[in-house]
Design a protein around this ligand. Structure first.
Ligand SMILES: CC(C)(COP(=O)(O)OP(=O)(O)OC[C@H]1O[C@@H](n2cnc3c(N)ncnc32)[C@H](O)[C@@H]1OP(=O)(O)O)[C@@H](O)C(=O)NCCC(=O)NCCS
Length: 221
């Protein structure tokens, strides 16, 4: 029998993950709000706060990181991600020995040689071409497209509809906004925020927020 699956979180991203996992059944969601406990959510109920997972030994359960990340950053250098605790949650349970399940929607197209880290989430309609690698706890969201030989770090969010051309590298903790385009061969440093709809045509050093077409740096306030 397969191990129970718990999705940590009970918001919109968590519900999309529950759909992507079908026909696998999940045991439940977690939510810090006690009023939501036992309420039916989406294929399953809220079981309690995140600590309900600790009732299981790490070998007896599979976790899914259900916390999404939206990316809010102007004037806050280096604060591109983890506004909602996604990274903290992953690190907390990994350091306690728990493992995170990869979630791959059946409609995603992934070349056979693509390397996927632990707890990656490849959502509906995403395309990952040959030679690409995706780091731990990274989301490639709905209909995002990552072409050949791209290297995407850990704890990255490639938001819906973003397009990465061939040979792009993206550092850890980066948010690539919805509908952004990154042209071929670009390097994006760690902790960057690429605004929704931006078109990146030059390398971006670590910690920058860039916006617009072509994408330009937004300075700290
Ligand atoms: C770039 C971004 C991080 C800025 O967020 P913010 O710090 O809250 O910025 P604000 O909304 O206060 O806007 C500040 C200014 O930037 C402009 N701006 C914000 N986002 C912009 C964008 N994507 N493209 C162009 N201009 C943008 C605003 O119009 C505003 O301009 P003004 O000062 O002339 O009025 C955010 O807008 C963004 O694009 N986030 C990514 C969202 C995303 O990918 N969501 C997917 C979730 S699954």
């Amino acid at each position: 029998m397969s191990k129970p699956i718990i999705i940590l979180g009970a918001g919109g991203h968590a519900r999309v993950l529950a759909d992507a996992l079908l026909p696998l059944e999940i045991s439940g969601f977690t939510d810090s709000n006690p009023l939501k406990v036992d309420s039916p959510l989406h294929h399953a109920a809220v079981l309690g706060g995140d600590d309900v997972a600790l009732a299981y030994s790490p070998d007896d359960i599979q976790l899914v990181n259900g916390v999404g990340s939206v990316g809010i950053a102007i004037g806050k250098k280096g604060a591109a991600l983890d506004t909602l605790g996604r990274v903290t949650l992953f690190k907390r349970f990994r350091s306690a020995g728990y493992r995170f399940l990869d979630v791959i929607h059946p409609s995603a197209i992934i070349a056979p040689d693509v390397a996927l880290g632990e707890g990656v989430q490849i959502m509906a309609g995403a395309v990952l071409q040959t030679g690409t690698s995706i780091g731990d706890n990274t989301i490639v969201n709905t209909r995002a497209s990552i072409d050949h030989d791209c290297h995407i770090g850990a704890h990255v969010h490639i938001a819906p509809g973003a397009v990465l051309s061939g040979g792009v590298t993206v550092g850890d903790y980066v948010h690539v906004g919805a509908g952004a385009t990154i042209v071929q061969g670009i390097h994006i440093g760690a902790n960057c925020m690429i605004a929704a709809g931006a078109v990146v045509i030059r390398d971006i050093p670590a910690g920058e927020t860039v916006i617009g077409v072509p994408a330009k740096e937004v300075k700290d306030e």
